[in-house]
Design a binder for this molecule. Structure first.
Ligand code: NA7
Length: 533
């Protein structure tokens, strides 16, 4: 006998979970959301490290289902920081009166499907059990930190923090010797922010990044009014672009002269956003020559800023193409390395061997003495949030074991063998990586709500993808993914940052608009590729 019976359990109270909870409650379901955190926000609750901010323009990183909700919030700049984003999600939770149906400080530890009752038994870390018909995971695709990586970590005599577990009260860094491991989107934000505060900053660099300078103007009342006036246009356009951003690929490389290409690249670079990556030339993902030309354009920009040949060698990528993994935006990041108190240490050929009480030791025995270590070492993306829960489907099968062999889903929304388990931000959908997250998560949660509404309207209670339906989606996904240069570059986009993780491009790369059309077509055809009972 369970402690509680519900129609739906939502795991997570971030961007997806809040909206999913709202939608299912509006449909009249008895639904509750659960979150490990003490407040709403998901990613924006946890990632409170120094310098955490958007790389999506704020006005597109909003819910578009309710005009009043959209217009009731005003951003202070184009790319605001974590605290403002967390405040916005609290505003949403209050406006929709969601808190009364969320259990905070509660981690879901297991979920077991009962084939006799067609219901899930969900267990929390306090031992509470919940009997539910639907289990909807809104756990975030970047929420399982890669935090325990080096032998000796627990022996460190200073303080050590993963960026996604940064203390709420902050960390005193001034006057300290600080080491940062990792220079992905997160590491770059940390490094450029703390360089001035700390006594000494040592950055351990394994793979350099193509970095694009961010232009981040503050917004006055006129700017806010101007973007709010575009609400209808944004609502219409965002779900149909390639990546859910407002800009899109609109010209073919082959149709332009070299001078015109250069002009376009310069203009997109000057935009100070991700436009150069997500809306310059789609061929950067498929054509090695175009990829090399655009990569060289970015390298040239970086060389002009870095100047010092040694720094150029260390900080400018040469062995993978621009945009084949997440491109970070930065503000003065490269110039940080000109400071006297900053040292970049290459660790590709001389890796970090262990952490000792005094600091970090490389394979050749060099010791870097430190007071604080910042692990900007990323996440077990897409799968990690779910495989860290013991999820059991039909015949007791384990999602952890299944995905440990081969990462398969149906449109990133369901997994064969796991009836009534509905997923957001999961692999094989754009929301696993390559999109403006709010665009994709709104679309996925709406699809899930519609599917549950359809079942209820038609006297059904179970939905599960067929094996053939799933095989067809995986084959389609792989065909596109294998032709995309993303598949050739090591990063969390292909799971290569997690030892033993099966390699597969996590994100669907056919485009946000095309993905949306495919999911809607399946639904319109009576949930083609799914069995309903
Ligand atoms: P990322 O992009 O996965 O970056 C992790 C960084 O940590 C990256 O530079 C890694 O180098 C580095 N890393 C990881 N393990 C090691 C070891 N053992 N030694 C040295 N360096 C290491 O995570 P982020 O948090 O920056 O970004 C994740 C996403 O969040 C981002 O893409 C945005 O979408 C938001 P590597 O490249 O593996 O050589």
């Amino acid at each position: 006998m369970s402690d509680k019976t519900l129609d739906a359990v939502v795991i997570g109270a971030g961007v997806a979970g809040l909206y999913q909870l709202h939608q299912l409650r509006e449909q009249g379901l008895d639904v509750r959301a659960f979150d490990t955190a003490s407040g709403v926000g998901g990613t924006w609750y946890w990632n409170r490290y120094p310098g955490a901010k958007f790389d999506s323009e704020a006005y597109i990183y909003q819910y578009l289902f309710d005009e009043d909700l959209y217009k009731g919030w005003s951003w202070s700049s184009r790319f605001p920081g974590q605290s403002e984003i967390e405040e916005w999600l609290n505003y949403v939770a209050d406006a929709l009166d969601l808190r009364r149906d969320i259990s905070f400080d509660t981690t879901i530890t297991s979920a077991v499907f009962d084939e006799d009752t067609n219901r899930w038994t969900v267990t929390t870390d306090s031992g509470e059990t919940i009997d539910t018909q639907y289990l909807v995971t809104c756990c975030g695709m970047l929420s399982a930190p890669m935090a325990d990586l080096f032998p000796g970590q627990s022996d460190f005599s200073g303080e050590i923090f993963h960026t996604a577990r940064w203390p709420r009260d902050g960390v005193e860094l001034s006057g300290k010797r600080v080491g940062v491991i990792g220079n992905g989107a997160t590491g770059i934000q940390v490094i450029q922010t703390i360089a001035e505060q700390v006594d000494q900053l040592t950055v351990f660099i394994r793979t350099p990044q193509y970095a694009l300078p961010m232009k981040n103007p503050s917004y006055g009342p006129d700017d806010v009014e101007a973007y709010k006036a575009r609400f209808d246009e944004l609502r219409e356009n965002l779900p149909n672009t390639f990546t859910g951003f407002e800009y899109d690929f609109d010209v073919a490389w082959a149709d332009l002269t070299p001078a015109q290409r250069r002009e376009r690249l310069e203009a997109d670079y000057e935009n100070g956003s991700l436009k150069l990556w997500l809306a310059s030339f789609a061929e950067i993902f498929s054509d090695e020559e175009v990829s090399e030309e655009v990569s060289e354009f970015v390298r040239e920009k970086m060389r002009a800023r870095l100047q010092d040949p040694e720094l150029c060698e260390l900080l400018i990528p040469s062995d993978y193409g621009f945009g084949t993994h997440r491109v970070p935006l930065e503000s003065g990041y490269l110039e940080v390395y000109h400071r006297d108190n900053v040292q970049a240490v290459p660790v590709r050929n001389n890796p970090i061997a262990r952490i000792v009480p005094e600091g970090i030791v490389l394979e050749d025995g060099t010791l870097y003495e430190l007071d604080v270590i910042v692990m900007a070492t990323g996440f077990d993306a897409g799968t990690g949030a779910l495989t860290r829960i013991d999820i059991r489907g039909r015949d007791g099968r384990s999602l952890r074991e299944d995905w440990g062999r081969d990462i398969r889903t149906t449109m990133g929304l369901m997994v064969h063998g796991y009836p009534n388990l509905l997923t957001t931000g999961a692999p094989l959908a754009p929301s696993a990586a390559l999109c403006n997250m709010t665009t994709c998560l709104q679309q996925q949660t709406e699809w899930i709500s519609d599917a549950i509404g359809y079942l209820r309207a038609n006297g059904k209670s179970v939905i599960e993808p067929t094996e053939e339906g799933q095989d067809a989606w995986v084959a389609h996904h792989d065909e596109l993914a294998d032709a995309n240069l993303i598949s050739k570059t090591n990063s969390w986009y292909v799971g290569s940052n997690v030892p033993g993780k099966p390699r597969r491009v996590l994100s669907y790369v056919g485009g946000v608009g095309a993905y949306r059309a495919a999911t809607l077509e399946a639904a319109a055809a009576g949930y083609k590729g799914f069995s309903l009972s």
